[in-house]
Design a protein around this ligand. Structure first.
Ligand SMILES: [Zn+2]
Length: 332
C-alpha cells in the first residue's frame, strides 16, 4: 500500500518503471480523444466539479486511462470525498501512476499522471481515509470505467477476416473487432495498410471475460490457428500487414506470450517469428471489414476456400473453447 511518504519519494527520486510506455504526438492524441479529454489529459486541464456521474458510481469494476487503457484504479478503492471529482485511496498498481510536484496557480500540489502515457489525471492529497490516508482526486474524463469481467487482447495472425471468425466462436469472448495496430500511420485505411507502407498489421481486438477464458488460452488458440513460423506471410497472403504479432498490455501478458512462444517452438521444432510488442493503439477497420465471414461466407469464395478450412481446423484442435453447440456439432 502506498502512503504519502512513498508519493513524496517517487516525486523526488523518480517514478517506478511502467509495464509499457506509450508515446504519441498531439495529432495522434486528437484522433483518439474527445476535445474535453484532450484538454484535460494532454493540456493539464481540470473539469468542472460535479460534472460527471462517475462521482456517484460505486459498482464493481476497474478504471482505465482513457488514453492508453492501463488499469489505474479499482472500484474497491473508490470513496465519496464530496469534492465533485472521482476519488480513490490507492492506485491499482504501484507503477500505474506517476507523480510530479505542481506549483502552478500559487499552490503546492502533487500532480498525478498516467505512468504509461503521461496523461494528466488530477492530484493526490494526504487527507484521504485510513489506512493509506491518500486521496487521489481524478478528472472523470481521464478515466474509462470497465466491468471487472471485461478485458482486452490485441493480436494479429494474417488476414483479419480469418482471425475474427475464429475468435467469435470462443467461449468467454464478448466482442471481436478487426483493425490495425503496430505501425506508425494515424487512423489508416485498409488500402494504406495493404500497401505495406504504414507498418501496421491486420489485427483483432478481442474483448473477453477473464473468468471464462484466460489471456493465456486466447494466445494458445491464436498461435494454434495460424502459422507463427512464416515471416510476413500466411498461406497465400503475403506482406508485412499479414505478420504474426502479439501486442501485450502489461508485464504478465508479455511473460505469458514468451512462455507460449517457447512452448510452440518446442512442439513445432521451428522458430516462431511472432512479433512481441507493447500495445499502443488500435484503429478499428472500416465497417465493411467487421464481422466479415458471418456476413460474406456465401458471397466471397475466399471464405469457403480459406476461412472455412481454418475454422474446421480450429474446431478440431480446440473443442474445449467452442462457444455454441452449433460449432461443437460441426466437429468430426
Ligand atoms: Zn495512459
Amino acid at each position: 500500500m502506498l502512503r504519502w511518504i512513498d508519493v513524496l519519494k517517487f516525486a523526488a527520486y523518480g517514478n517506478p518503471n511502467p509495464d509499457r510506455k506509450v508515446q504519441k504526438s498531439d495529432e495522434e492524441w486528437e484522433t483518439i480523444l474527445t476535445p474535453e479529454q484532450f484538454r484535460v489529459t494532454r493540456q493539464h486541464g481540470t473539469e468542472r466539479p460535479f460534472s460527471s456521474q462517475m462521482c456517484e458510481l460505486f459498482e464493481p469494476g476497474k478504471y482505465e486511462c482513457v488514453g492508453c487503457g492501463t488499469v489505474l484504479f479499482d472500484s474497491d478503492e473508490k470513496f465519496d470525498s464530496g469534492t465533485g471529482w472521482p476519488s480513490f485511496t490507492q492506485p491499482a498498481q504501484e507503477n500505474a501512476i506517476a507523480y510530479r510536484k505542481d506549483d502552478s496557480l500559487g499552490m503546492s500540489r502533487m500532480e498525478t499522471l498516467c505512468n504509461t502515457c503521461g496523461s494528466h489525471l488530477g492530484h493526490v492529497f494526504p487527507d484521504g481515509p485510513e489506512p493509506s490516508q491518500l486521496r487521489y482526486c481524478i478528472n472523470a474524463v481521464a478515466l474509462k470505467k470497465v466491468a471487472s469481467n471485461e478485458a482486452k487482447a490485441t493480436f494479429g495472425g494474417g488476414c483479419f477476416w480469418c482471425t475474427e471468425a475464429v475468435f467469435q466462436r470462443i467461449k468467454g469472448v464478448q466482442q471481436v473487432r478487426s483493425g490495425y495496430s503496430g505501425g506508425h500511420v494515424v487512423n489508416p485505411t485498409y488500402r494504406e495498410v495493404c500497401s505495406g507502407r504504414t507498418d501496421h498489421a491486420e489485427v483483432i481486438e478481442v474483448t473477453y471475460d477473464p473468468e471464462l477464458v484466460s489471456y493465456e488460452d486466447i494466445l494458445r488458440v491464436h498461435l494454434g490457428t495460424h502459422d507463427p513460423t512464416t515471416l510476413n506471410r500466411q498461406g497465400g497472403d503475403r506482406g508485412t500487414q499479414y505478420r504474426s504479432i502479439i501486442l501485450y498490455r502489461n508485464e504478465d501478458e508479455k511473460q505469458s506470450a514468451l512462455n507460449l512462444i517457447k512452448e510452440y517452438e518446442n512442439a513445432l521444432g521451428k522458430v516462431v517469428v511472432t512479433e512481441l510488442k507493447p500495445f499502443e493503439v488500435f484503429y478499428p477497420a472500416e465497417s465493411e471489414h467487421q464481422n466479415y465471414f458471418n456476413g460474406n461466407a456465401d458471397r466471397n469464395p475466399y471464405c469457403s476456400a480459406v476461412i472455412e478450412p481454418k475454422l474446421a481446423k480450429f474446431r478440431q484442435a480446440f473443442p474445449e473453447f467452442l462457444n455454441s453447440p452449433a460449432d461443437t456439432a460441426l466437429i468430426g
